[in-house]
Ligand binder design. Sequence first.
Ligand code: FE2
Length: 328
Amino acid sequence: MAPAPASVILGPSSDLTPAIGTVFGPNTQLTDLLGNDEAVAALAKLVSERGVLFFERQGITLAQQKELMLRLGALSSPPRPNGSGLHVHPISEDSPELGADTSVISSAGGIARAGYVKNARASGGWHSDISFENYPSDYTMLKMHTIPTTGGDTLWASGYEAYDRLSPAYQKFLEGLTAEHDGNFFHRTAKLENKKIQSPRGHIENSGEDLRSVHPVIRTHPVTGWKTVFLNKTFTTRILELAPAESESVIDYLTRHVSENHDLQVRYRWQQNDVALWDNRCTFHTATNDYGSAPREGFRVVGVGEKPYFDKEGSKSRAESLAGSAGL
Ligand SMILES: [Fe+2]
């Protein structure tokens, strides 16, 4: 028997744009889905297809957020590999109440303020969470408990759509290239805030103080089998196979391709206690620092996924895959 559609299992939702983003109203409560394996599996599949899901006015606690993030990994298909758990950020607050596997996203400092440069272009903030790790993230869940009256929106962009917009010749050129991702700027914040770099961080291969890794520029998403661009403005420093000037030019082209195509993005205006759940393997996101000194804070839980790979024969683009589906 075919599995029930996601709308039956998870409740009604609306797609915010064709390329990315789906929102559920407050009648869908993540706490009600927690004990339901079929629902958690449907959630894992849907977020990998749509990139980011929003859930309005949620009652979920931080402990339940962590439980759901562990279950999402266990029930996704294929499941999160053994050895991958919840990420511990290099400069995690690590307080006894919150635990080292909670990232506090706060306007007051810490992770969300690391690397922030006043007067820099807002488009410089696009990233995929913790792509500097050898085993980077699959899913992130963020619940905002304190929001400014206005401002502080978050934007996401689709890596699938970014791939699909490239010409076949440029797609082919990028496939097989690898790039370095560097998060060593967190050392500056660690020093300023008198913190030690956490280690290990959700996987034994995410250990030590050098926050650098190398990943394919075009990556196969293990759940959908779709190709996605996996390179971002915040962490990617160079493409290993290219000369420095070529590398700089390709990184500039691809990051502008993401930030300047607003039709592959979605912008979300938070209400208090909204939750966003996104897939870091096929999306980018950025904060909007337009709310001055107004308090803004949320709790983020980040899952560690698999080692990124590119499977030339076994992957399709999203557009190819949807064009081949019945009725699409
Ligand atoms: Fe982020």
